[in-house]
Design a protein around this ligand. Structure first.
Ligand code: SIN
Length: 292
């Protein structure tokens, strides 16, 4: 069978633990399938990919993202969708009709996107369009590097355990409009997920938890669970395993939700405008409804 030769792409590392920039791609042009394969291989190997200078339309972001899988239509997060493109999740601080944007505080905690769903995404592809004069940075950590650095004894202790991911644990929920919170609560019940997940393409084991949404290990009380989860979480965000991205207009970052977490920092002046959008690529089914 004929297979296209996978091209070698021009890359440079972003940090010690993970991440690469790919240079020389122009997403305004159709992407050859062999090039998409090369990008996917780099994405699996490095966890996050940066592409700079991509002056693309929302439709071009969607078209590029479709090379990597089926796109989430964000039905459980409908208030955050782009009005014309349900494939796009909008992250904006720009008021709408004089009211604060519903997404102005989204992502202000370490997490892997939609870990509280039964089909968490394999990755997300984020396009920075309007940025504050300074700040609006996003931090990333490698949960794969963090898992690998644990002692074998601790790895064995947590292997096979599940932890509960509850979207309602996000602290910013308290600042949101009660009607919006009620809508989000109804659509997003707590889900038990494996605390250690093998990446379904590379087989690498990765920690799977989040800063505010994971407070309980299944079979343990919260009092027992919280110190263990806090220690694992603090280990994940050890500076050794992190990368902080200072966005430039038209940057794209592709992050792997199986092997990384991220945090959107509020490190900019109140009222400053930041407008970005991302696609969310569906992954494999994972987890069960938690009724504990
Ligand atoms: C997110 O998708 O979690 C938000 C990331 C960001 O706004 O930097």
């Amino acid at each position: 069978m004929h297979r296209d030769v996978v091209p070698a792409l021009d890359t440079r590392p972003l940090s010690y633990a993970f991440g690469v920039e790919i240079r020389g791609l122009d997403l305004r042009q159709p992407l050859a399938s062999a090039t998409a394969t090369a990008v996917r291989q780099l994405w699996n190997a490095h966890g996050i990919i940066l592409l700079r200078g991509q002056d693309i339309t929302p439709q071009q972001l969607i078209d590029f993202s479709r090379h990597f899988g089926t796109l989430d239509l964000h039905e459980t997060l409908a208030p955050f969708r782009h009005p014309q493109h349900p494939e796009l999740f909008v992250l904006s601080t720009i008021p709408v009709d004089g009211k604060p944007s519903v997404s102005e505080n989204v992502g202000r905690h370490w997490h892997s996107d939609l870990s509280y769903t039964l089909r968490p995404p394999l990755g997300s592809i984020f396009h920075a369009q309007i940025l504050p004069e300074v700040g609006g940075d996003t931090m990333f950590c490698s949960t794969q590097a963090a898992y690998a650095a644990l002692s074998p004894t601790l790895q064995q202790m947590i292997e096979g355990r599940e932890a509960v991911h509850d979207y309602m644990g996000v602290e910013n929920m308290k600042k949101r409009d009660p009607a919006l919170v009620a809508q989000l609560r109804a659509a997003n019940p707590p889900i038990a997920q494996p605390l250690v997940r093998a990446h379904n393409e590379t087989g690498a084991k990765c920690l799977y938890l989040s800063e505010q949404m994971t407070k309980r290990i299944v079979g343990m009380t919260e009092r027992e669970s919280i110190p263990i989860l806090r220690m694992l979480f603090e280990h994940c965000v050890d500076p050794l395993f992190t990368y902080r991205h200072q966005w430039q207009k038209n940057d794209i970052i592709m992050w792997d939700n199986r092997s990384t977490m991220h945090l959107a920092l509020a490190d900019f002046a109140p009222g400053a405008h930041r407008y970005c959008m991302r696609t969310t690529i569906l992954g494999e089914p994972s987890g069960t409804l938690f009724q504990g």
